[in-house]
Design a protein. Structure first.
Length: 336
């Protein structure tokens, strides 16, 4: 069985997300394949409803795909579906502007930049439409507008979608359209906007980036209690059977990164062992995004870096005591 390494996972997420420049004569199927090749997770939709589950049904967030074979099946000749991009799973966020006159100034100054992909949704209102940014590694934005209050439009994040060209607009007779006016590489959401938007689910501490993770791995290479990692992995297998595989993996990463910071075993080796356990239970084609495991790892390390040295020291001493040969021998004898 092929094993995953941290470098392989990191490199697999390094290709930038972009909006392809579609030919005016491109079919829905050809366009869908172009979006998938550009990094987007897609869904087929009924263009008359714009509902994410109108074709694939309930549980649609887990069904979006960028697998060419799945795209070919969905958009085969004879179908009449539109294309929706699953933003959060693709690592993106959209500002869906309905009333340009009410856009807050601190949002307007960023979405009007020439490098920000923009899809027009009205022929009679040139600023109405979708403005797209990439989300930072480890972030988890939902659909809340946060501090960007007002009736200007909506934020589309974690389980948000936008319908994209060349899907016909359901209100075409009233000037509705899906036409990309600006395409290309999707730029990172500016920090000025990041700080105005709340993050969804377990983001109690801002996640770190890849460089900080690399530094953490380089610093925490001790292996004073290597057998503890095997115990953690064995215990972790049972966690996956009790509920969410994502939550079980996240919790296991957190426990192991505390151990690693305490010098009990190598941090990177622990992460790679957990990655291979996770992928054996939740294959990569079922991950919520290509960054699912990496984002959980960055989050776990961020939490551990916030812990005071005194707490880490006490954790280290307790684990070394519990896992000492004398204590383990006493436990084994009393369990017989």
């Amino acid at each position: 069985m092929t094993t995953l390494t941290w470098n392989q996972m990191r490199n697999s997420t390094s290709n930038p997300l972009f909006v392809p420049d579609l030919s005016s004569r491109m079919s829905i199927r050809e366009a869908a394949l172009a979006y998938a090749n550009a990094g987007w997770y897609l869904l087929p939709i009924d263009p008359n409803t714009k509902h994410a589950g109108s074709v694939v049904g309930v549980g649609w967030p887990d069904k979006s795909s960028r697998d060419p074979k799945q795209i070919e099946s969905w958009f085969r000749p004879g179908t009449n579906y539109g294309i929706a991009v699953h933003l959060g799973k693709s690592g993106a966020i959209a500002f869906d502007v309905d009333d340009p006159s009410q856009i807050p100034n601190r949002l307007r100054e960023w979405i009007m930049l020439e490098n920000v992909p923009f899809q027009s949704t009205r022929t009679n209102d040139p600023l109405r439409g979708h403005y797209i940014f990439a989300t930072p590694e480890g972030s988890n934005y939902g659909n809340s507008k946060g501090l960007l209050k007002g009736a200007w439009g909506e934020v589309r994040g974690k389980n948000g979608i936008v319908v994209v060209s060349p899907t016909p607009h359901s209100k075409q007779a009233e000037g509705g359209q899906y036409v990309w006016k600006r395409t290309g590489i999707v730029p990172l959401l500016p920090y000025a906007l990041q700080r105005l938007l709340p993050e969804a689910r377990y983001q109690s501490v801002q996640c770190i980036d890849m460089t900080e993770a690399h530094n953490f791995f380089a610093k925490h290479t001790n292996d004073e209690c290597g057998q503890l990692l095997e115990t953690r992995l064995a215990d972790g297998k049972s966690w996956f059977l009790r509920g969410s595989r994502h939550d079980a993996c996240r919790d296991l990463l957190l426990v192991c990164m505390i151990d690693a910071r305490a010098g009990l075993y190598d941090a990177k080796a622990a992460v790679e062992s957990i990655a291979n356990l996770f992928v054996s239970i939740k294959p990569q084609d079922e991950w919520s995004s290509p960054r699912e495991f990496i984002d959980m790892t960055l989050w776990a390390i961020a939490q551990v870096l916030q812990m005071p040295d005194e707490e880490i020291f006490l954790h280290r001493e307790s684990q070394l005591t519990i896992n000492s040969p004398q204590v383990q021998d006493w436990i084994n004898r009393h369990n017989d």
